[in-house]
Each structure stands twice: as C-alpha cells, then as structure tokens.
Design a protein around this ligand. Structure first.
Ligand SMILES: C[S@@+](CC[C@H](N)C(=O)[O-])C[C@H]1O[C@@H](n2cnc3c(N)ncnc32)[C@H](O)[C@@H]1O
Length: 220
C-alpha cells in the first residue's frame, strides 16, 4: 500500500526508476488509471512489481496465490512473468475494484492465467486447505487487511510448497512500525506480525526496504 518508496530520498527513488524501470505499457496505463482512484495509495510501487515479477521467474513459479488484488497491478506484474501454463489465484472481496483489474488482465492477454475469487480471503484459503491443496502453491503474496496478516501467513505456510516463497507487503507501514506508542491499529498488527516472523524458524527471512517494506519468507 504505497505507490512510492518512502525510505529513500525522492531524488534516489527517481534515479532508480530512471535506470531500471521497464514497465509494460498496459501496466503503465493501469497505474495511470489507478492514480485517479481515491484509494490509489493501496497500489504497490512499480519497482516492487518489477521485483516480484523477477522473483516469479527466479522461483520458476507456475502456481501463485494472491491475497489483496485491488485494481490488479500486482497480479498483472506476476501474471506477465508466469509461463503460459502458469496460474494465479487472486483473492479479493471487492467486485468494484477487481472489475477494473479484469479489464487490464484482458487487455494484456493474461485473463486466462488469473482465477479471481471474490470472497473474504480467509474463507477462500480455508476452502483450499480443506480441499487438500496444502503445499500446492509456489508463491504467495499477502497484501490485504492488516488485522488478518498473521492468519493469512499461517494459512499460506500450509498452502505453499517447501522452498516456496511468501511475500508480504507494507511491513514498514510508512515508518510508524518504529513507534512503540502508536495508537494506529494497523501499525500494531504489523508490529506483532513482524515480531512473530522474526521468531519463526520455519522460514528463511528477509525484510526489504522497498516501497512500504516487503518481507520475503522462504518456507524451509
Ligand atoms: C492494498 S490493496 C491490494 C493492492 C494490490 N496488491 C495492488 O497491487 O494494487 C488491499 C485489497 O485487499 C482487499 N481486502 C481487504 N480485506 C479483505 C478480505 N478480508 N478478504 C479479501 N480481500 C480483502 C481490498 O478489497 C483491497 O482490494
């Protein structure tokens, strides 16, 4: 939930984009349309999308679980990086937001790679677990309601394979993560979440200061 890297000077952030961003024209159009949306700040930053696409390729992923779609920028970044037979299960509760996403997925020719599940995401994940889809996914991306981050993470740990990667957005919460007296509920949820992962020996762990903070947790 940040369209810019907050932990860099504006000049350095601009420089990084200038020398490295290779945004697909349809991703760029989606970003421009989303920038006019009142909740535009929920979209990931373009350099983060590019990193996630690179990770999809590095992981040689073909099955991805996404929790939190909004207008579909992160799904589209990952779908464009997937092989032709790759698939993303994209979970969101909003038809209004994801109707925008569907237009762009279609325009980019990846609509067949993305299976949209409109429901509370915990319900969708529980259905997968009940259906025996444990260790099914190569990667997961968590970017929805912060109050459920820990629950999403624990379910994703069951749903990704050994050696699978869980990515988690907004783990620095625009710096408020450092505020031990914060009254912001989302800051408190993310503080507890980060602490839990710091103690979790089931994963290899990195926190990247890109955009609003991206955690990479590789399941052992
Ligand atoms: C931060 S946005 C996702 C941004 C997206 N990854 C992107 O790159 O643009 C969070 C999304 O989570 C969805 N969401 C919030 N709570 C949810 C829930 N309990 N179940 C499913 N989706 C939820 C919202 O509708 C919203 O679209």
């Amino acid at each position: 939930m940040s369209t810019k890297s907050f932990a860099l000077s504006a000049e350095l952030a601009e420089y990084i984009l200038k020398v490295s961003l290779r945004e697909n024209p349809i991703l760029n159009q989606l970003r421009i349309e989303t920038s006019k949306h009142p909740l535009a700040r929920m979209q990931i930053a373009p350099e983060q999308g590019q990193l996630m696409a690179l990770l999809v390729k590095l992981m040689q992923a073909s099955k991805i679980l996404e929790i939190g779609v909004f207008t579909g920028y992160s799904s589209l970044c990952m779908a464009l990086a997937l092989p032709p037979d790759g698939n993303i299960v994209a979970c969101d509760k909003s038809e209004e937001f994801t109707d925008i996403a569907k237009r762009y997925w279609k325009e980019a020719g990846v609509e067949n790679k993305i299976e949209l599940k409109i429901a509370p995401a915990l319900q969708t994940l529980d259905e997968f677990i009940k259906a025996g889809k444990t260790e099914f996914f190569d990667m997961a991306f968590i970017d929805a309601d912060k109050s459920n981050y820990l629950a999403y993470y624990e379910k994703c740990l069951q749903l990704v394979r050994k050696g699978g990667l869980i990515m988690v957005d907004n783990v620095l919460w625009r710096g408020d993560i450092l505020n031990s007296e914060t009254q912001d509920k989302n800051s408190q949820y993310i503080q507890a979440f980060n602490q839990k992962l710091a103690e979790d020996q089931n994963i290899d762990l990195v926190v990247l200061p890109i955009a609003d903070g991206l955690t990479l947790a590789l399941k052992k």
